[in-house]
Design a protein around this ligand. Structure first.
Ligand code: ADP
Ligand code: GLC
Length: 488
């Protein structure tokens, strides 16, 4: 089976969040499961520079306002995964974030930038761009690649089956209807049943409406997306797809996130010898200027600072966390107001609160290894990867009971301790009180070394593997192809 993944990010070349981690790992696991996988990516500077052995596939001429577009094929490092890259310097050759300019505004030509990505993916899907490789499945990720599904739907002879994965429904790719003509699609697609969304048009809707199958990255978020609370206005569209929508949990790339082999941490450790973890904590406290106290529970946050992540709750619960002797270390970047509030907290509580603003992959490993507890108090969370990494590193996750967090962390209580199931702490309402109470529960558990050790070891023993997720995608692909044959 041949599968083409279309996406805007791939670890380690371009990463703004978990999407990149998924594209860095899932294709490799599919290759190991015997699938012939290729990626198609936009020609952002680090992607062009990072792909190896690039060869020209085709000159595509002028497209979407870009004077000359060329299509290349290369390899992502030594992963064995081939990737097409769409080289359109006029649209992609610019520094910084793939979606935002230096002031944090969407690039003004995002409609063309990501329509081009979808267009190329779709035309690779129909076999028109590369005679030597034609996929059975075109798998598009998030709004950035979603238009591929609309281009396929608009071309009746296409043949290729489509799968669309929602990594985050809150980012939808909404554009002014006056720009619809830029897409080169028939006007019949600009209706409420098609791409129209309250007077605008939505790239996300292209995936949700036109893909043969829609997935998201946890079973709980698959259910939540179809509700008013989490559906971001698209719940009706999702509900209408019925059983075409399903959830497959992400995994952990064990080559990158493994405390026994991690080159970034102060000392490697395993579940049978975790003295190294204590030294990682001491090293982290030292690096951040926190008091070098092994008994203080060190709460860590590694996150984009956006309202999704619920970190305002951490700020509100901070007084009680500190009053009970806890410490807080935050690594993140995003909303200016949250950045400023965390900075102010660090200044107000030297030695007990530390904040590192910015994006730093190596330091994220040190945080996840060195903290005692990883806080993920998200308002919504399609899957969440930091709690999965934390579990692997014996760092106990404290998370909100929502989306993928609810699917991957087992709350600690007398019965889950008795059954050897407990792996972390969960809270329900998105309030600082609920978070504060759970923080307090974690601090009490930490004071009981035997209990804490049990929770840590049970978390480390849980396996969220990419090979397992890849098998589930494979079954979905096979089922999608079978259904398509029956329909044709
Ligand atoms: P999301 O994709 O919503 O941001 P995930 O938990 O799925 O959330 O993935 C976040 C990824 O980004 C993880 O790999 C995490 O370690 C990483 N990350 C988030 N913020 C930072 C940061 N400031 N520096 C380094 N890595 C970060
Ligand atoms: C999104 C979600 C996150 C998920 C990631 C990878 O960014 O916010 O929950 O883990 O995509 O699927």
């Amino acid at each position: 089976m041949k599968v083409l993944h279309a996406a805007a990010e791939v670890f380690p070349l371009v990463k703004t969040g978990g999407l990149a981690d998924v594209l860095g790992a899932l294709p490799q696991s599919l290759v190991k499961a015997g699938v012939d996988v290729r990626l198609v990516l936009p020609g952002l500077p680090p992607i062009k520079a990072g792909l190896e052995r690039l060869t020209l596939v085709r000159d595509l001429g002028a497209l979407f306002g870009a004077g000359r577009v060329t299509l290349w094929l290369g390899q992502v490092g030594d992963s064995g995964v081939f990737a097409y890259v769409v080289d359109a310097p006029f649209l992609y050759q610019r520094p910084g974030n793939p979606y935002l300019d230096a002031d944090g505004n969407e690039w003004a030509d995002n409609v063309q930038r990501f329509a081009l990505l979808g267009w190329v993916a779709a035309h690779l899907g129909t076999g028109e761009l590369d005679d030597s490789w034609r996929p059975d499945i075109l798998h598009a990720h998030d709004w950035h690649a979603a238009m591929a599904c609309a281009y396929i739907a608009a071309s009746p002879a296409a043949g290729v089956a489509t799968v669309f994965t929602v990594h985050n429904l809150a980012y939808q790719g909404l554009f002014d209807s006056a720009d619809f003509h830029l897409l080169g699609l028939p006007a019949r697609l600009l209706t409420p049943k098609g791409l129209e969304f309250h007077g605008q048009f939505s790239f996300m809707k292209a995936g949700l409406t036109y893909a043969d199958r829609v997935t998201t990255v946890s079973p709980s978020y698959a259910r939540e997306m179809a509700t008013e609370e989490f559906g971001c206005g698209l719940e009706g569209v999702i509900l209408a797809r019925g059983a075409d929508v399903s959830g497959i949990l992400n995994g952990v790339d064990g080559e990158i996130w493994n405390p026994a082999t991690d080159p970034h941490v102060a000392e490697a450790y395993t579940s049978s010898a975790f003295g190294g973890k204590l030294r990682c904590k001491a090293a982290l406290q030292k690096a951040l200027g926190l008091r070098g106290d092994p008994k203080a529970v060190l709460f860590g946050v590694v996150s984009r600072l956006t309202s999704q992540k619920g970190l305002d709750l951490v700020l509100a619960a901070l007084p009680s966390l500190l009053a009970e002797g806890g410490q807080l270390a935050v690594q993140g970047n995003g909303d200016a107001a949250l950045e400023a509030a965390f900075k102010a907290a660090a200044i107000a509580h030297p030695g007990r609160v530390a904040v590192r603003l910015g994006y730093d992959e190596a330091f994220a490993h040190q945080m996840i290894a060195g903290a005692d507890v990883m806080l993920v108090p998200s308002r919504f969370e399609p899957c969440g990867l930091t709690q999965l990494y934390a579990l692997r590193y014996g760092t106990v996750p404290l998370v909100r009971r929502v989306g993928g967090l609810a699917d991957t962390v087992v709350d600690t209580n007398p019965s889950t301790l008795q059954d050897s199931q407990a792996t972390g702490f969960l809270f329900g309402p998105a309030t600082s009180e609920a978070l504060g109470q759970t923080v307090s529960q974690a601090i009490k558990a930490f004071a009981q070394p035997k209990v804490w050790r049990q929770i840590m070891l049970q978390g480390m023993a849980r396996s969220f593997s990419w090979p397992n997720a890849a098998n589930q995608y494979l079954l979905l692909y096979e089922d999608t192809l079978r259904r398509r044959k029956v329909l044709l």
